[in-house]
Ligand binder design. Structure first.
Ligand code: SF4
Length: 225
């Protein structure tokens, strides 16, 4: 079965799930906070934690650095290890102020490799996280798939399997940039739709292929369109 072009896959997913919500948050420092505010929480609890942080403390590095740990803990308690992550929020604030003068926007204007190195100073931000920040700040057309999105790309035959996650992620970057080009809004839509599809239907175990809008073009089902 020929591999479906990624654009066609995205169109089908959008027709099925509807247009993705506006990416939130877009601000680079807020994205760092989003990652660290609730360890191992799902999206709903993470959003509640972020709201609690915003209301109780604020979202600037200055406010977070000077907030009592107990106040930060009210937000991080939506995830596990709340004390450790309250300290991580402070660490994020300290790095933002000490290393970047509180201005992470400036990082996103650097050349990509340099920007990624800078963002990886923050707790919890590896290469995929750094690319995701650049994507949702609107600065770089990188798909930055999460593990759900990467699984979908591999099952559809769009991106090859590799021995390590890092190698598979790098391969996906090359393939998706080649297919979608330098269209950042399209990359954002693709990221969100692939993530949702991997989370809701194309799960790691027992994917719901019988209810999948991509079944006709998926090599796993073997039913040509
Ligand atoms: S048909 Fe199954 S394996 Fe293929 S994309 Fe859909 S859910 Fe995933």
């Amino acid at each position: 079965m020929p591999v479906a072009p990624l654009r066609r896959v995205i169109d089908k997913l959008e027709k099925h799930y509807g247009p993705p919500l506006k990416p939130f948050p877009a601000d680079p420092f807020q994205q760092v906070l989003w990652v660290n505010v609730a360890y191992l929480a799902d999206d709903t609890r993470r959003a509640a934690a972020f709201k609690t942080l915003k209301r109780g403390v604020g979202l600037t590095p200055e406010k977070i650095l000077h907030a009592p740990v107990a106040t930060l803990r009210a937000a991080t308690a939506f995830g596990i290890l709340p004390d450790r992550f309250a300290k991580k929020l402070r660490e994020c604030a300290r790095i933002a102020l000490d290393d970047f003068n509180g201005d992470l926007d400036a990082i996103t204007t650097l050349p990509v490799a340099q920007a990624k190195r800078a963002l990886r100073h923050f707790p919890g931000i590896g290469e995929p996280g750094a690319e995701q920040i650049l994507l949702f700040s609107g600065r770089q057309p990188l798909l930055a798939p999460d593990s759900n999105g990467l699984r979908v790309l591999q099952r559809l035959g769009i991106s090859p399997a590799r021995k390590s996650y890092a190698a598979a992620y790098a391969a996906a970057r090359g393939v998706t940039s080649g297919q979608l080009g330098a269209d950042t809004p399209l990359m954002q839509r693709a990221h969100q739709l692939l993530r949702r599809h991997g989370h809701e239907r194309c799960k790691a175990t027992a994917p719901a292929c019988n209810r999948c809008p991509l079944a006709s073009t998926c090599p796993r089902t073997g039913v040509p369109s």
